[in-house]
Design a protein around this ligand. Structure first.
Ligand code: PEP
Ligand code: MG
Length: 576
């Protein structure tokens, strides 16, 4: 696409607030092809570099598929043959040549890939043979993978430090690039606030606004922009007065964070003495140190799949053990909860045999791990090896039926036996927990509780599945809200059932850090939370400023409402 002239002078774009904070800096607009943004054409002198960018991406996709095919070979001949057919498509020299020719004629790599694969799909759709028609999905899958690789390569090269990224969409992998390149914040055209990229942004304290549909056409690289992650707006080309006002607010925010620092070491309890344990969610060993320094009671969630996102593959047992051990040691003696790889849906997808029409309802979390017992066993062994200091807990994601818990525990027991036989020190009583993040698990809490040592409510997914609303889709963002009474009632049900069974239950989804929800959640009977490191002290200050009686009152008022809007109204009453 040849871009039109951007509008001049200060103007404000409205989006969805995805990660709180303020960022002021120069925009870097990433014109990568996703479903929603069209790539630009390239100049003749860029052809050579563009062809090699395409070839690098293609090779990376081949390597990824070869790894997936190795994993699949021992499991299923069908799966293996599907991956082989992807490999045939991606390795087809005629297709590769044709894409290079399109680039030679001035198309960007993304445009050439889309045009070529779409043309092939067009031919297949017309075919009389139903087998050939089914191959359309394979071409679509391969196209998506090549585009994703191109996208990551683009990000790695074009994002300078101290810039604000503006893109069609952002993946969790992209976020890791941003972390390394000291990006100040980001703006996207699509995405839901609880997509994993947004959660990572909040963990990394990167201000973000999403869902500005025209972002990559209205903003040009080099323009000064302000990302207001509180209000969900982006100010483009701010005039002097606006800029000064935001610089003042930026300083104020830094002062506020400093004041919160004074709460480190203060007890986490309501003003009338009801204690609440505060844990943090971490994605890296460095964040484990931060958790200790902020006075957390432990680490309530390590999303181990970020190790996969970082490496782009399944690490060996030794590599995993080293990573888990480092986190456990840095947090020692505080407890650390490693969650088994939550692969699938909008996260890491290597090893998932083929395209899924509904990935959030497909081979995700514990379902994938039981489908790939070798991947699961390797992770369990690595976590057990890291448990020698007795501060490690292990948690299963996306549980929906009890058989999954039974089968997972059998795998864990097998791994313990193996380590025992090898004389490897580990914790034989390592606590095993589950995420409660499907309505089925919530309603079956009592039965599930009998089989596990602890539970943690994943409100991000519980909301997605209770409201049947994709957490990554901004088109349904107005429905996706953890404060909907259906979600609150499920939480209340889980807490009551867990208490009845005398099993600890925490909440580790984003709702735990929601500014107006804390009192209500304590009132529902939750006394353990796990939040992003950046939110720990905010949450502590809110808990210390209230009484238990006030919490119970808020909970009672909230759960009986009939809409999200009504819940917001009752929870906002009496607040500034
Ligand atoms: C959740 O679903 O609330 C959760 C904590 O897990 P994730 O966000 O990683 O899916
Ligand atoms: Mg989840």
């Amino acid at each position: 696409m040849i871009r039109g002239e951007p509008s001049r002078g200060e103007h404000t774009l409205k989006g969805i607030p995805a990660s709180a904070g303020l960022a002021i800096g120069k925009a870097v607009v990433l014109n990568v092809a996703t479903g929603s943004s069209t790539p630009e054409r390239i100049a003749p002198h860029e052809v050579e570099a563009e062809v090699s960018r395409f070839r690098v991406a293609l090779e990376a996709v081949v390597a990824e598929l070869v790894r997936a095919s190795e994993l699949a070979r021992s499991e299923s001949a069908t799966v293996s043959s599907i991956i082989e057919s992807f490999l045939l498509i991606v390795g087809d020299p005629i297709v590769t040549q044709s894409i290079c020719e399109r680039i030679g004629a001035g198309a960007s790599a993304e445009a050439a890939v889309i045009a070529e694969y779409d043309a092939a799909k067009g031919t297949l759709v017309m075919a009389n043979d139903p087998f050939l028609r089914e191959r359309v999905q394979d071409f679509e899958h391969v196209k998506e993978r090549v585009l994703a690789m191109l996208r990551n390569a683009t990000l790695a090269h074009s994002v300078a430090s101290d810039s604000i990224v503006v893109a069609g969409s952002i993946t969790p992998q992209d976020m890791l690039f941003f972390k390394h390149s000291k990006t100040l914040g980001f703006v996207t055209e699509v995405g839901g606030i609880n997509s994993h990229a947004c959660i990572l942004a909040r963990d990394l304290s990167l201000p973000a606004v999403i869902g500005i549909r025209s972002a990559t056409t209205e903003i040009v690289s080099g323009q000064t922009i302000i990302v207001d992650g509180f209000a969900g707006v982006v100010v483009v080309d701010p005039d002097e007065a606006t800029l000064l006002e935001y610089v003042r607010r930026h300083h104020e925010l830094a002062e506020h964070r400093k004041r919160l620092g004074e709460l480190i070491g203060q007890p986490s309890q309501t003003s009338d003495g009801v204690g609440v344990k505060l844990y943090v969610n971490v994605d890296t060993p460095q964040q484990a140190v931060e958790a200790v320094m902020q006075g957390a009671d432990g680490i309530g969630l390590v999303r181990t799949e970020f190790l996969l996102v970082q490496q782009g593959r399944y690490p060996t047992v030794e590599e995993q053990e080293e990573w888990y051990r480092e986190i456990a040691l840095r947090a020692f003696p505080l407890p650390v909860t490693f969650r088994a790889f939550d692969v699938g849906s909008d996260k890491f997808r290597i090893g998932i045999p083929h395209h899924e029409d509904n990935p959030a309802l497909g081979l995700r979390g514990i379902r994938f791990l039981l489908f790939k017992p070798d991947v699961f066993e390797q992770q369990v062994c690595a976590v057990l090896r890291a448990s020698a200091n007795r501060n490690v807990r292990f948690m299963l994601p996306m549980v929906s039926v009890i058989d999954e818990v039974v089968q997972a525990k059998a795998v864990i027991e097998r791994c313990k036996e193996r380590l025992r036989a090898e004389g490897v020190d580990h914790d034989p009583n390592m606590p095993i927990g589950i995420m409660i993040e499907t309505p089925s698990a919530a309603l079956m809490t009592e039965s599930l509780a009998a089989s596990v040592d602890f539970m943690s409510i994943g409100s991000n997914d519980l909301t997605q599945y209770a409201l049947a609303t994709d957490r990554t889709n901004e088109l349904v963002a107005d429905i996706y809200d953890a404060l909907h009474p259906s979600v609150l009632r499920l939480i209340a049900f889980v807490v009551d059932a867990a208490n009845k069974m005398n099993k600890p239950v925490s909440l580790c989804g984003e709702l735990a850090g929601h500014a107006i929800a804390s009192e209500m959640l304590v009132g529902l009977g939750l006394h353990e939370f796990s939040v992003s490191p950046a939110l720990l002290l905010e949450l502590k200050s809110r808990i210390r400023a209230t009484t238990h009686a006030a919490c119970v009152e808020r909970a009672k008022a909230a759960v009986f409402q009939s809409s999200t809007a009504d819940v917001y109204t009752v929870l906002s009453q009496g607040r500034p």
